[in-house]
Write a protein that binds this ligand. Sequence first.
Ligand code: ATP
Ligand code: MG
Length: 401
Amino acid sequence: MKEVILLKLGEVVLKGLNRSRFESILVKNVKRAIWPYGNPIVSDKQSTIFVEVEGENADFEGAYEACKKIFGIVSVCRAIQCPLDFEQVKQTAGDYLEAKLMRAKTFKVNAKRADKGYPLTSPQIMEQLGEYILDRFPHLTVNVKEPEITVYAEVREGSVFVHGNPERGAGGLPAGTGGHGLLMLSGGIDSPVAGYVMAKRGLKLSAIHFESPPYTSDRAKEKVITLAQKLCVYAGQIDLYIVPFTEIQEAIKDQCNEDCFTVIMRRYMIKIACGLAERINAGAIITGESLGQVASQTLGAIRCTDAVSSYPVFRPFIGTDKQDIINIARQIDTFETSSLPFEDCCTVFTPRHPKTNPSLEVIEKAESPLDEEALLAGIQDKIEKVTLYAPSRKDRTNTDE
Ligand code: ATP
Ligand code: MG
């Protein structure tokens, strides 16, 4: 008998007429997530995606873990696929879940019958499987309200799937179903996590990073590439655009009031990001800003940066404490990379006394000496593009496919 993974769909099932589009993107995402662990055989029926992992060196365990990272899935179950014969179902359920049932004190059985032609009704399945388990594991008692283990039997098209205690899936909506966002990715803690949470709401991600060589090093750039790569596990392929920013920063430093440096610099970042968004057909800019975290993230500063944006700016952490962002960063494995101590272009030329709550008038006046047209001319052509892909089988086995 075969072990399979059952994935239960989340909000996707509420999407009415869009549902088939959502589901087909989700199935693609599932195949991509399984691919490093074996050949995925994936089918999608009645709000459940069935996954088998085949081929030489197939790693079922790895595939199961990978499934917990797929957005749009609310629960993940490893199940055994039994033939319809109910005597065999009982025996198999007992064997398959033996270790878990031995550890538990209480249980219940839950049955679902998508195949209405099956000779037993759901209550009959629950009753008969429950009796069998009680006979075979006499230390157990039934607790329908709070059982330590729930044994599920799902009858579907020619098979009965048995599993116990499904685990929580990643939730959210399938990455790539909600449009395309351009993530402003620094080497810090917040911005990769901001990308993660927006991908979780269905956005496809591209990323833009500003670098200022020689003030920022190749290692700082490598760090950002690593962060983008880590996001691909969740978001799929990411195009990372690297903008040479030195000249613009130097011009701001030389020609503008020092106190306004950071806000003016951020306005230029947004202008360049908007130009890129238009070029790559993205519909929003994403940042990791959190209200009050630093001088450039006060309400006044945010108004000044938003004033030059022609796209909505998504700041998923505007009301989130740093520690809560760090918790997610640890969970998605970006925290350590983000903590590497390489300089970011934002920390180059930091003013001694940055204006904390600048007004738009003050900023516009301070930046008036700059020749904006000349500074931005041709900048889009100087942007370097690095494409990063979701993990492949090669990454796992380190051998050629
Ligand atoms: P993070 O931890 O994300 O770096 P931060 O607390 O360091 O954030 P800032 O440096 O003020 O805050 O940056 C605020 C936001 O601006 C970042 O979250 C990111 O979205 C964007 N940003 C900052 N520096 C860069 C950069 N060099 N390239 C692209 N985006 C950047
Ligand atoms: Mg930063």
